[in-house]
Design a protein around this ligand. Sequence first.
Ligand code: FE2
Length: 515
Amino acid sequence: MKKVRFLSRAVPKSVLFIGAVLAACTSFLIYVLRINAVFIDATVFNGFSAILFGGNILCAVLLFALFLLQAHHIEKGGAEVHTKKAFQLFAKIGLVFAGVFLLYTACTMIFSDFEMRARLRTSIGASILPFAATLSILLLVWGLPLIQKSACKRGIAIVLTCVLALSAVLTLFPCYTYKFLSDPMVIDNGESYSVVFATNDTGTGFAEYTYQGKAYKVYDEAAGRLKNSTIHTVKIPKAHLNGNSYRVGSTRVIEERSYGGRSGKSLLSKDYAFTVPSGEQQTYLTVSDWHMHTKEAYKAIANVGEYDGVILLGDAVPGLECEKDIADYIVTFGGEVSHGVMPILYVRGNHETRGPFAAALPEYLGMDSFFYTTDYDDYHFLLLDSGEDKQDSHPEYGGMVHYDAYRANMVEWLETQEKSDKKTITLVHDSDLCVEDDLRARAKVKLGILGATEIISGHYHVCKFEQENGFNIYTDGGFHKDEYIASKLTLTKDNYRLSAWNDKGEQVFGKEIAW
Ligand SMILES: [Fe+2]
């Protein structure tokens, strides 16, 4: 009965207007949810998400056009357009499709997992101001003149003008206090230390310290030009920082121009007393696969106790969509767990190889390579980069990766390495090393020759120890089913110990392995 009434009744002008605005908002949400597209397309068919987005835009345009036609009472053949059957048919088709798109989008959002919801918040935050401003202008120009009640008209005009003004002011004048997001992280990149820290807005950055009586102030710059970024990176020789103290600083850049510019508040951190693991007994925090679950990771890490160094084994986020992903989930996380006073050995996870900011990650972290070696007294660390865990042609990579050649280069580099007389530990995100069987076999042969068969890794989101063809492989935990597991590696002269705790305070693993 209701269905018949819906088909026979004329669609009011206000319903067309609300439908058009909701369809515009749905288009915005489909746009910010586009990271899901590859998974949905794989389930339905390739191009489904693009059709959905295009169809919804068409709905928004159709409903707004019909609203304008009806509001202007355009007549054709002596009759008002909105009384025509064709008009009503299009209006109802538009409304039904807009409703379906809205329902689909709402379900996609409601049933998104934690990572997708976090991504959604970031994407909305990054694009809400231009969207709100655009929508307000459209409504002021096209919608407002058609409203007849003057009180209603005045109220809507005030609201839309406020939205426009707020968007403009917030774009030109950031209204939040400039601050560091955390302590710095000091990455041991093999050759030197990269001191990396993040701020909540863009600015310049530097680190300063005194070495052998000489004061150093090292800026984050390129060929003399200071970099303007939320992530600040400077390289410092290892000898300058070992056993020394340093501090970092930043000046907010509100506007960077070819002529002139505008700066804001300057920040200077406390002094950080930096020490490196040394002696026969050394302890390291090892964490992997936090996948944005930093709260759970911090809780688990609080149970690990004290440590001398940090091993980050990758997979901080689903993919590097924006600079904020690196700032929040790698740099801030690294700073929080190392407190800026100990070195971090950073191993890239396969999820850090994805996204539009993945190619810039080496520069952000001040790393020339993700495969390298470093030593701390009696111990030699061999860091490898397994790249992605699927073939380059996989649709998730969108044709933007070339990791087959990258892994071949890494294995060639590995084959040039000479055996260290120190106890050697291999650090890699995926203990499978390479997707390619031949490269994996070559890498394993060489690791055997190098005595680098003790592997500490992540990727599988479990805590386990396996012995396989002469290799001892530890997978250090990560996030799985509402639980995060962090591990501790203790190196001693005769053996090494592996221990792990979850975020509930329970020790979930403990094992001692002789060298
Ligand atoms: Fe992974």
